[in-house]
Design a protein. Structure first.
Length: 161
């Protein structure tokens, strides 16, 4: 069952990309006491994620933060090495928080995972965006068609803030 507005994020441990390397962080620790815009992507370095979804959040980061948000974060079912390389490659390092959910535990616990094994890609995250206030989902966007990042994009989140 997909997480719904008003529900708390599930407890999970993610790998947070930092300048000193990846660090384990619990969802309670990362989201507790803060307002976070979180978006999920099917995979780092994939075309829509790299060309549309992430760039929109990089471009709109300051406007999002100006609306009282403490941080903008991206999560993907990729390992922390891939997420670190993606942060550096896109120039988002230090601007967007990169969270690796290598086994998809967090994504699956939210009901936002899907199986792409048929295409050789394994477990992946649906494309989504949400506003999380002190660990509680206050806005959730899903439903983009493959290759699109409009419903879940930064412009939509900015309107919802």
């Amino acid at each position: 069952m997909t997480i719904a507005v008003g529900e708390k994020l599930p407890e999970a441990t993610l790998k947070r990309v930092t300048p000193d390397g990846a660090k384990d962080v619990s969802t309670a620790e990362f989201f507790g006491g803060r307002k976070i815009v979180l978006f999920g992507v099917p995979g780092a370095f994939t075309p829509t994620c790299s060309n549309s979804h992430l760039p929109g959040f990089i471009e709109n980061r300051d406007a999002i933060l100006a609306k009282g948000v403490d941080a903008v974060a991206v999560v993907s079912v990729n390992d922390h090495h891939v997420m670190t390389a993606w942060a550096r490659f896109t120039g988002a390092e230090g601007r967007i928080e990169f969270l690796a959910d290598g086994n998809g535990t967090f994504i699956d616990a939210m009901g936002l995972g899907f199986d792409m094994s048929g295409g050789g890609l394994g477990r992946r995250s649906l494309r989504f965006s949400m506003i999380v206030d002190n660990g509680k989902v206050t806005m959730l966007n899903t439903g983009d068609k493959p290759g699109q990042a409009e419903i879940t994009g930064a412009a939509r989140i900015l309107e919802q803030l």
